[in-house]
Design a protein around this ligand. Structure first.
Ligand SMILES: Nc1ncnc2c1ncn2[C@@H]1O[C@H](COP(=O)(O)OP(=O)(O)O)[C@@H](O)[C@H]1O
Ligand SMILES: [Mg+2]
Length: 497
């Protein structure tokens, strides 16, 4: 949350004297946008020397890369404009705001639904349409990150102003098109931001969709929501009959009556939903329109992306990006960023795990064939350029290519190999040390005999041995040495005698 709001002087006169606009970060130039949006994670060429099982982990860093593309700069520009345009008519010091609240109140207590009294804002919404994997969601997330999500006002130009401003909120249409799911998502996010308990209230009172929509409208007004982004709008088409129409009408009303900028994001399938319901309802809005997101054309923009990604290479051998490799990457991904990062990551994983440690065109083709099987029909259609064919597949979700699964399997394989290798090495070491013990033991048997004790002339063994040399009997020798005495010299001799 942003406290101690710093109100910035505005270059554009329409934006002056409006705390909701002056509290936003300054408008950026395209250069600043590129600077701000790009994400190049750290890369150290020495990481190539690490053991393969470490490098497989590092490959995940590829998915952090964000290379701003011209379409992202365009998107940032549109968002920056619609947020501010919406706030023009919602200046807390202006009269329009309280008028809106009064209308809402009347609507809540009437049975005739929305009243159109001709109050219109200059705000607008737009739709962002493009096949899956072009980076719509990622780009939006990075762009929204530029803005603080919530700003706390306390005083503006000496006048007390105790208010929270929620700059943006992003909702995702549930997979089953459930409108209640979408509304619950909204309330739980608001609760998280403002510390309220709307979610609990809504569930406890079993609020109807209508009640929730009215409450949502009130909350959006009172927290000065600037931008509402609804992602995966194509799921609305699966909503129960009439559901999508009702929801779209609600969004159009938000744009027209409340002044919130609404951005709807979806695949070409959603264009159908929007065309029939939204466009018609949106007619009086004025500016806005659709932003069609397309795959990257082969050329400068593609080169920008592939060069940014290619830099991140963790194979032992460095493979520069040749024209042949570049062509193969484009041909197999048809300029869809999501596929580019996934293909490159799997190619590297295979090169590392196989021990070949080199990226080749052959490997790229092989991986694409084996691991991007699910999207092959779409790639084929895109390659052919046949619009009818493309339309058939344009909603294929690239998320279906389970990269993490592939990587996990490779990781497990490598970990397993590593473990086996380690166990083997340990075994070898053990064997070696065992051999040393054996050697020692063998040596023991051959060990030179311990040095002879110094000769003791009184030792009977010595006396006997010496006697043998002189061919004397041991008895004689021992008798001579005095170790055997005759009985007459016996200590008992005196007694016997
Ligand atoms: N500009 C980009 N630079 C690098 N990678 C990108 C870029 N755009 C998309 N990607 C890759 O594509 C993936 C999927 O993008 P996503 O935003 O989910 O697409 P969409 O919402 O259009 O289906 C991202 O996680 C990222 O790895
Ligand atoms: Mg998306």
């Amino acid at each position: 949350m942003l406290f101690n709001t710093n109100y910035k002087e505005q270059v554009i006169s329409d934006y002056r004297g409006n705390p909701l606009i002056e509290a936003l970060p300054s408008i950026m130039s395209p250069n600043e946008v590129v600077e701000r949006l790009s994400i190049y994670p750290p890369y150290n060429p020495r990481e190539r020397e690490l053991h393969s099982h470490y490098r497989i982990h590092i490959l995940n860093r590829l998915f952090q890369i964000f290379q701003p593309l011209p379409m992202n700069i365009d998107l940032e520009n549109r968002i920056s404009r619609v947020i501010r345009q919406g706030y023009i008519y919602r200046n807390p010091f202006g009269r329009e705001l309280s008028k809106g609240f009064r209308e809402d109140y009347k609507r809540m207590h009437s049975t005739c639904g929305y009243i159109n009294n001709g109050y219109n804002t200059s705000a607008c919404g737009f739709t962002l349409i493009g096949i899956s994997g072009l980076g719509k969601t990622t780009a939006l997330n990075h762009i929204l990150d530029i803005y603080p999500q919530i700003i706390s006002h306390s005083e503006y130009q000496g006048v007390p102003l105790a208010a929270y401003q929620v700059v943006w909120m992003k909702l995702e249409c549930p997979f089953d098109g459930s409108i209640k799911g979408l509304l619950f998502d909204f309330f739980s996010q608001i609760d998280r931001l403002l510390g309220t308990n709307y979610y609990e209230k809504m569930t406890k009172t079993r609020a109807t969709t209508d009640v929730m929509l009215t409450a949502m409208n009130q909350v959006i007004r009172s927290c000065s929501l600037g931008l509402l982004v609804i992602d995966e709008i194509q799921h609305l088409s699966t909503a129960k009959s009439g559901g999508s129409k009702r929801m779209l009408n609600f969004f159009v009303n938000l744009v027209n009556k409340v002044g919130v900028a609404v951005v709807m994001v979806g695949t070409p399938r959603s264009a159908g939903v929007l065309q029939s319901e939204f466009r018609q309802a949106r007619r009086g809005i004025g500016i806005g329109g659709d932003m069609i997101c397309d795959r990257l054309e082969k050329g400068k923009v593609w080169d920008l992306l592939i060069n940014a990604i290619w830099h991140y290479q963790w194979t032992k051998e460095k493979t520069p990006l040749t024209k042949e490799l570049n062509d193969a990457m484009y041909d197999e991904t048809q300029g869809i960023p999501d596929l580019v990062t996934k293909l490159y990551a799997i190619v590297q994983a295979k090169a590392i795990s196989s021990g070949k440690e080199q990226i080749t065109t052959k490997l790229i083709r092989k991986v694409a064939k084996e691991n991007l099987r699910l999207v092959q029909p779409m790639i084929k259609a895109l390659r052919s350029g046949n619009l009818r064919e493309i339309a058939k597949y344009e909603d294929i979700s690239i998320g279906n290519v389970d990269f993490s699964d592939i990587l996990n399997k490779t990781k497990q394989n490598i970990d397993m190999n590593y473990m086996l290798e380690k166990v083997q090495k340990n075994k070898e070491k053990e064997n070696q040390s065992n051999k040393i013990v054996v050697k020692e033991e063998n040596n023991k048997s051959k060990r030179p005999k311990a040095k002879k004790e110094p000769i003791n002339p009184h030792d009977i063994r010595y006396i006997v041995n010496e006697a043998k040399k002189d061919s004397k009997s041991p008895y004689e020798a021992l008798k001579e040495s005095g170790d055997i005495i005759t009985y007459d010299k016996d200590i008992f001799s005196g007694v016997i005698a």
